[in-house]
Design a protein around this ligand. Sequence first.
Ligand code: NAG
Ligand code: NAG
Length: 262
Amino acid sequence: MAAAHIALLVVVLAARHALLAAGSDAHPGYDATEDTCGVPAAEYGGGRILDITHAYRPDMPEFALGEVTGPLVRLRDSMADGSVCNLSELRMHCHMGTHVDAPGHINQAHFAAGLDVDKLDLEVLNGPTLLVDTPRNTNITAKAMESLNIPKGVRRVLFRTLNTDRKLMWKKGDLSYVGFTEDGAQWLVDNTDIKLVGIDYLSVAAYDHLISAHVVFFKIPNIILVEGLKLDDVQAGIYMLHCLPLRLVGSEGSPIRCILIK
Ligand SMILES: *[C@@H]1O[C@H](CO)[C@@H](O)[C@H](O)[C@H]1NC(C)=O
Ligand SMILES: *[C@@H]1O[C@H](CO)[C@@H](O)[C@H](O)[C@H]1NC(C)=O
């Protein structure tokens, strides 16, 4: 496995040098001007840092349909209306856009035990990660998991699926998205060392296994689920992942900012 990692790292570094040699923009901040459908991932540091977080938009897909509508960020006090400052308020539910689930999301015992997002282990949320492409003709079943040959010792994996190809994070409420089936989740728990599961739609679990696959992942509260990642235009491979949830005490979910560093 170490050899495979080093080989991949070499490829990644070579690609980065090619980018730098091509004279990437020295301007800090977005290389891309707009975070919309079809635009490459937001890049910083000449392409060294990739933002894999979706920008929050009022028209994002969400599970709890109709729960929150309208602008997420709303100007409450406006200088234009004579206020001393501009002050916005934020309204959204905690599992919208790119977000993290705490074990209490589906498991009442964990919720009662206080396993909220503020207790999530930042060590799991930050470290080397593997970005893989899943087979496009299937949900993430035990068979699909097995076919990925993820080596033992790999603790963080971002699963890019058909969801990215279908641009589902730019579509309203399509429940035919790809995710883990119950047996796929069980296979991961039984046969890998993965402690962080990232996916490119609002749920790691396929809709037909929405609760059952979550139950498997949360049985022992040692796996963190990051959902709604923006994995377009990122090469499969090894990266440093940094994900930071908000410290929402008592909440079973939180918006999360995730970046990859080459
Ligand atoms: C405050 O918000 C208003 C819109 O109501 C805008 O015109 C103005 O430029 C803002 N001021 C600052 C300092 O951002
Ligand atoms: C994945 O499962 C969902 C139902 O949970 C289904 O609608 C979808 O077609 C499946 N996708 C694939 C690629 O098999």
